[in-house]
Ligand binder design. Structure first.
Ligand SMILES: C[S@@+](CC[C@H](N)C(=O)[O-])C[C@H]1O[C@@H](n2cnc3c(N)ncnc32)[C@H](O)[C@@H]1O
Length: 177
């Protein structure tokens, strides 16, 4: 995102705000939304600590119901927007995608598989579609969106047991025409 000219951004499921605050330090005006009031309170505190409060707005809301309210956006990000309870993730991304302006970008980072140390049977509501699958499910108009990247990649991690492990992430990068 470093090569993009700063504008207005929306971060879906922003957690404690690290990505939103980083964008703000790069000149972006950012709205971060998360269902966790604790995470949002921490995001606000961290933004204050990094003198990024003026460029960030953090909202506590359930994205299943929240309507983007200060668009259009030049950048929409959703990083690891997963939940152990049912989450209408694709509908959330589709709704937010409508608020990306022409020339703007949509970046979706996701876990493309459960961590190897987690038993899938313990997480029946968690789903980890590949970025290619997500792109199909998003069902975006191909005349409106340019696919810049659809990739999975692995990274090294340490399992809670201390053993080395690999995690698979998905990256979907689109630009609105
Ligand atoms: C794995 S964390 C990722 C946080 C951050 N984006 C990051 O990359 O570090 C997933 C986040 O999605 C949020 N989330 C899950 N369901 C949500 C919902 N229905 N509405 C808003 N946020 C939600 C969680 O509270 C959590 O902060």
């Amino acid at each position: 995102m470093q090569h993009l000219a700063p504008g207005k951004a929306l971060d879906l499921g922003c957690g404690e705000g690290a990505d939103a605050i980083w964008l703000a330090t790069q000149g972006w005006l950012v709205t971060g939304v998360d269902i966790s009031a604790t995470a949002i309170a921490r995001a606000r505190r961290e933004a204050q600590r990094q003198q990024a409060s003026a460029a960030t707005r953090f909202v506590t809301a359930d994205l299943a119901r929240w309507e983007p309210d200060d668009g259009p956006y030049d950048l929409m990000t959703a990083s690891f927007l997963h939940s152990p309870v049912p989450l209408p993730r694709i509908a959330i991304l589709q709704r937010a995608a409508t608020t990306v302006r022409a020339g703007g970008h949509l970046v979706v980072l996701s876990h493309a598989a459960l961590p190897p140390w987690v038993d899938a049977a313990d997480h029946p509501a968690h789903s980890f579609p590949s970025p290619a699958r997500q792109f199909v499910e998003l069902n975006l108009n191909e005349h409106d969106w340019l696919v810049l990247s659809i990739q999975t990649h692995t990274r090294h991690a340490t399992a809670p047991s201390g053993e080395a492990a690999e995690l698979t992430d998905g990256v979907l990068l689109l630009q609105r025409r």
